[in-house]
Design a protein around this ligand. Structure first.
Ligand SMILES: [Zn+2]
Length: 264
């Protein structure tokens, strides 16, 4: 008769119907006789079902803080299970199942917080050639800002560059993976400028800085004729892209950065 400890190693697999066929009869024979292991198996099965139901109820929604709390609670229960058995293998099985069920929340939580520079540069290259064709065509900065707030969840202030002779074309939302980046495009004396708003991605790691009138901007290397000046605002990454030199672009970036949301 195998010991409880031998059997328990297989219970997470058993709960998930992924137990090797060769082992199944031994596990079932033991479970038929051992109440303690039965309870252990039942608790894995109900936890598994709970996590699955939870996942289905959240399907295709972007994870909310509640999802993350649920995921943490699930993880803590796995942790307790792991401690009971105290085997590394158990932890791996638990972690795999957790990642399988909650990959979305996990990806969201550990999402890069770096500004999505390559996405933005590729987008700017495309619109410089083909035109921006905004999803919302409007010269109205308030309207564009509230549209972007609604679409991306980022706190976007109405940004009007008309004092510098710029005209707002409109707003768009780009998707990259699970993330959304808002884009406002302007026709200006310095050519087409695009202001990108990346919610939660306000870090410009290792980017050199550029100072304009006492304000400091990030000026990452773009390896192209495109200049980008970036800053962080309420956790969101803001990046103004254009083909003008940094000094010219800096005047527009300063104006954009001075804009404040009426909610501030
Ligand atoms: Zn047992």
């Amino acid at each position: 008769m195998p010991s409880c400890q031998d059997i328990r190693e297989y219970l997470p697999f058993y709960a998930d119907d992924e137990i090797p066929a060769a082992v199944r009869p031994r596990v079932e024979a033991h479970l038929a006789e051992c109440l303690a292991c039965q309870r252990e198996a039942d608790s894995y099965r109900s936890l598994r079902n709970e996590l699955r139901d939870f996942k289905h109820s959240q399907a295709n929604e972007s994870p909310s803080p509640a999802v993350w709390e649920g995921a943490v609670a699930g993880w803590n229960r796995w942790e307790q299970g792991r401690r009971r058995v105290a085997q590394a293998r158990f932890a791996i099985v638990g972690l795999s199942l957790f990642l399988l069920l909650f990959g979305g929340a996990w990806a969201w939580y550990f999402a890069p917080t770096d500004f999505p520079l390559s996405v933005v540069i590729a987008d700017y290259q495309r619109i410089a050639k083909e035109g921006a064709h905004p999803q919302l065509e409007t010269p109205d900065a308030d309207r564009a800002a509230s549209w972007l707030r609604e679409k991306t969840g980022a706190e976007v202030a109405p940004i009007n560059l008309s004092l510098l002779g710029g005209r707002l074309e409109g707003a768009s939302v780009l998707s990259h993976g699970r993330f959304k980046v808002g884009r406002l495009t302007y026709r200006t004396s310095a050519g087409l400028l695009a202001l990108y708003v990346a919610p939660r991605q306000g870090e410009f790691e290792n980017a050199p800085s550029y100072a304009a009138e006492g304000q400091s901007f990030f000026a990452p290397q773009t390896h192209s004729p495109i200049t980008l000046l970036g800053w962080s605002q309420s956790g969101a990454g803001m990046g103004l892209a254009g083909t003008a030199e940094a000094k010219t672009l800096g005047r527009f970036a300063l104006a954009a950065r001075k804009a404040r949301s009426p909610l501030d």
